[in-house]
Design a protein around this ligand. Structure first.
Ligand SMILES: Nc1ncnc2c1ncn2[C@@H]1O[C@H](COP(=O)(O)OP(=O)(O)O)[C@@H](O)[C@H]1O
Ligand SMILES: [Mg+2]
Length: 317
């Protein structure tokens, strides 16, 4: 179990990156931290393995303060996966994975057996991959090796900082699935940082939504979906930021025609309204009229928005 008691991190005189945080991560739990860029996710994560020193408060692992652990003992027993895979380019895949087991002075046979077992477990045939160099692997394969390396010395805790966000949608989905299966087998405590709510909902036993260094809401995916704590969470679970950034209302407005003229008596939205408002209106109305400078310029139907979203989500996986 990982416990944060009134933990703060101040880098300088500015706003604290993490502000009096209290948190309990359970043993064996898949714990996802989510929030916008700059809200303190990486800081929170790196304080656990003392890559960042906390300013105030206490973090305990299994009841013992992290400051009381030997730093090597602490780091070797916590796996760590980053967004940008940091494999050593001149070393083989096997050598890359073996780093911590070697530091822990495992025997050669034990290490080799472990590397092979792990590579096979994530779908990289050991005989084929173990002697290759990182450059001979695709991005998705390298990231798999990154995950394997974090697991190599059989740590109880694995920290993952947006590990899949640099991957293409298909590799990302595949790795998420594999990680879920893996977690069900190995039952480690995983603390996983994400900025993608779909990913968080898919992976997390519990999700911790952060904003400005503080916890906005902590709960199971169901709890968060059913009872978002405030507008910030509501907006976050609404849709991916990607969706909103690229949303173009004009692409889904249909002109008023003989066929649909009967629909326009219904509710009105403004051409400047965000996607969330339009979706909320379509919950109660089959179609809505779109207003620009007090004139109706067309309509949006449920069907047209579903088509738009379906196309978009296919494109992004
Ligand atoms: N080494 C640093 N020095 C000063 N400020 C930092 C440093 N690292 C992060 N910060 C600041 O702390 C805040 C939280 O950053 P970070 O934990 O990286 O957020 P996230 O991972 O959620 O994007 C941000 O405002 C960021 O600019
Ligand atoms: Mg970060």
């Amino acid at each position: 179990m990982i416990v944060f008691e009134n933990v703060s991190k101040r880098y300088d005189d500015n706003q604290p990156a993490v502000n009096y945080l209290n948190l309990e991560i359970k043993k064996g739990e898949f714990f996802v931290i989510i929030g916008p860029s700059g809200c303190g996710k990486t800081t929170l994560l790196k304080m656990i393995n003392r890559l960042i020193r906390l300013t105030e408060g206490t973090i305990k692992i299994e009841g013992k303060r992290i400051s009381d652990y030997d730093i090597n003992e602490l780091r070797w027993n916590i796996g760590y996966v980053l967004q940008q895979i940091a494999l050593f380019p001149h070393m083989t895949i096997e050598e890359n994975i073996a780093i911590v087991p070697e530091l822990k002075k495992w025997s050669k046979e034990h290490i080799q057996q472990r590397v092979h077992e792990l590579l096979n477990m994530v779908g990289l045939e050991a005989d084929k991959y173990s002697q290759r160099k990182p450059a001979e692997l695709s991005g998705g394969e390298q990231q798999r090796v990154g995950v394997v390396r974090a697991l190599a010395a059989d740590p109880e805790i694995i920290l993952m900082d947006e590990p899949f966000s640099a991957l293409d949608p298909i590799s990302r989905t595949k790795l998420q699935d594999d990680l879920l299966n893996l977690q069900r087998t190995i039952k480690k405590t995983i603390v996983f940082v994400s900025h993608d709510m779909q990913e968080a909902l898919k992976l997390g036993d519990r999700i911790c939504v952060m904003k400005d260094g503080e916890i906005v809401q902590l709960g199971t995916p169901q709890e968060i979906m059913q009872n978002p704590a405030n507008d910030f969470v509501r907006e976050f679970i609404g849709l991916n930021q990607d969706f909103k950034d690229t949303f173009n209302i004009e692409s889904i407005i249909q002109p008023i025609s003989k066929e649909n003229v009967y629909l326009q008596v219904l509710h009105r939205v403004s051409v400047n309204d965000p996607l969330q408002i339009i979706l909320n209106n379509l919950v109660d109305h089959e179609a809505i009229a779109v207003d620009q400078d007090s004139e109706i310029i067309g309509i949006i139907t449920r069907e047209s928005i579903i088509r738009y979203l379906a196309k978009d989500s296919l494109g992004r996986g």
